[in-house]
Design a binder for this molecule. Structure first.
Ligand SMILES: Cc1cc2nc3c(=O)[nH]c(=O)nc-3n(C[C@H](O)[C@H](O)[C@H](O)COP(=O)(O)OP(=O)(O)OC[C@H]3O[C@@H](n4cnc5c(N)ncnc54)[C@H](O)[C@@H]3O)c2cc1C
Length: 441
């Protein structure tokens, strides 16, 4: 496929955001090379291709919830092609999170997002046992059961988006690395995208680069720090990006090991708790602080897949080696500490996992995510005509964001995207934060 020298819109990144933007935009821009996607490796080669695939609404921030409800609609619009399993999602929490989760439930009701909320230790145990008769986690005082959401097959859904964009005439150019931008002489706007195989002149650029967003920020010569106004009116200078490592893995039990009492596919389970966690191997205390895990059947039928809270990569963002990415990374992989914690946590929650830690599938897993100053997405225009989709690692579930970005490019501002503008930091219009141990809840 020859790389054109001109396009209306150049989209960088063959992940969930680049391809969903291409798909939606191609319903309007129909001429050959109106829209092109540039991908340095292959579609699904980035974070979207290794995501656990969980789709949920459970966010403490109203703007995140409304955005997720929109995305769930897009998942549901073609569940078959996206390989989306609408099995639901459960947030299972201790008392310290009760109030936060209760407000999520109330607001889900207000936006018509179906969920069940169970309160009190006894009723929570009863509810959980009605789904899994071996449920045994202690100290749980609220269960939010989202009836929508679930999980999708990471690579398959990305390939489905690629094929939807292709069938509308979009060419995805693979093996093309963006190395810089060309600017006009009398404005800040970008007039072309420079690649390892030539420059493409264009009117608009969309960046959907996941963990590589830092590289594009640098190429556009945007500032390394940003001012963040806190609630007390004080201004804090904060690094623009920070990397976290997402810890995930697979317990190699048989494919149907995690079924419900009535032999159905289970909802995605997310447990946060402050109950002490003991090693399933040695019985030693792992932690008595708030901890959390999530799990679901593995999409490749390899057992049960899930993870725990990520950890911060303690290096300036410019020093973090993002390439090679994912399971190929020599620097960032899960460790035995993760597998012991996660397997023990599974056993803490359900009896069927007791004594199964030895079945953990050793090998590379997990991946880097690039987070923003407040760990929530930035969807905004920079340098006049560059639309940046910086999802702060929330984004596989956000299949609908590309649709909204496409609308904005076509001139219709999205109310759902407005709360995620860059100027919220300087204006102190920050999203509320919760008591969850995860940076993205
Ligand atoms: C281990 C892990 C598990 C996760 N689990 C979930 C989950 O269960 N649910 C959820 O909602 N989110 C999850 N996430 C987050 C989610 O995967 C990301 O937020 C989302 O996939 C980002 O999508 P993207 O399209 O922005 O980027 P990516 O999917 O990373 O795509 C970016 C693409 O840009 C390409 N690229 C980079 N640099 C260049 C360049 N210079 N030139 C050309 N192309 C370039 C890359 O090759 C890549 O293919 C997880 C993340 C990780 C790491």
């Amino acid at each position: 496929m020859t790389l054109p020298t001109k396009a209306k819109v150049v989209i960088v990144g063959g992940g969930i955001h680049g391809l969903s933007t291409a798909w939606k935009l191609s319903e309007t821009y129909k001429n050959p090379n109106d829209i092109i996607v540039l991908e340095k490796k292959d579609t699904a080669a980035g974070a979207s291709g290794i995501a656990c695939g969980v789709v949920r609404n459970n966010y403490f921030q109203p703007a995140m919830r409304e955005l997720m409800a929109h995305s769930v609609g897009v998942w549901e619009s073609d569940a078959k092609s996206f390989k989306y399993n609408p099995v639901g999602y459960m947030q299972i929490s201790p008392e310290v999170m009760h109030e936060d989760v209760s407000s999520i439930y109330e607001q889900q009701k207000a936006i018509g997002y179906e969920s069940v909320f169970v309160e009190g230790e006894k009723d929570c145990l009863k509810y959980m046992k009605s789904i899994f008769n071996d449920w045994q986690a202690k100290g749980i005082t609220s269960v939010l059961h989202e009836k929508k959401g679930g999980y999708a097959f990471n690579k398959d859904s990305i390939k489905a988006l690629e094929s939807k964009a292709n069938s509308n005439g979009v060419n995805v150019h693979k093996g093309i690395k963006v190395t810089g931008f060309k600017r006009g002489s009398n404005s800040n706007a970008i007039t072309g995208v420079v690649t390892n195989q030539g420059t493409i002149d264009c009117d608009q650029v969309v960046i959907g680069a996941g963990p590589w967003v830092r590289d594009f920020w640098n190429m556009l010569e945007l500032p390394k720090t940003t001012d963040v106004k806190s609630k007390d009116g004080k201004i804090h200078k904060v690094d623009m990006w920070k990397y976290w490592f997402l810890q995930e893995g697979v317990l190699g039990v048989e494919a149907n090991y995690l079924k419900t009492n009535d032999n159905k596919l289970p909802p995605v389970i997310h447990v946060d708790t402050d109950a002490p966690l003991y090693s399933d191997k040695s019985g030693k205390l792992i932690t008595d602080k708030l901890w959390g895990i999530y799990y679901k059947p593995d999409i490749d039928g390899l057992g049960v897949q899930g993870g725990t809270s990520p950890y911060i990569v303690n290096e300036h963002f410019d020093k973090v080696k993002v390439d090679p990415y994912g399971i190929e990374s020599p620097d960032y992989q899960t460790t035995d500490t993760f597998s012991e914690m996660w397997c023990s946590a599974l056993a803490h929650c359900q009896k069927r996992f007791e004594g199964k830690s030895n079945l953990y599938r050793k090998g590379p897993s997990g991946g880097l995510g690039c987070l923003t100053p407040d760990s929530f997405p930035i969807f905004d225009r920079f340098c006049e005509n560059v639309y940046m989709i910086a999802d702060a690692n929330h984004g596989y579930k956000m299949i609908g964001v590309g649709h909204l970005v496409a609308q904005e490019i076509l001139g219709k501002e999205s109310e759902l995207l407005k709360p995620f503008r860059f100027n919220r930091y300087a204006n102190g219009e920050l999203h509320p934060t919760s008591n969850s141990p995860f940076p993205w809840s």
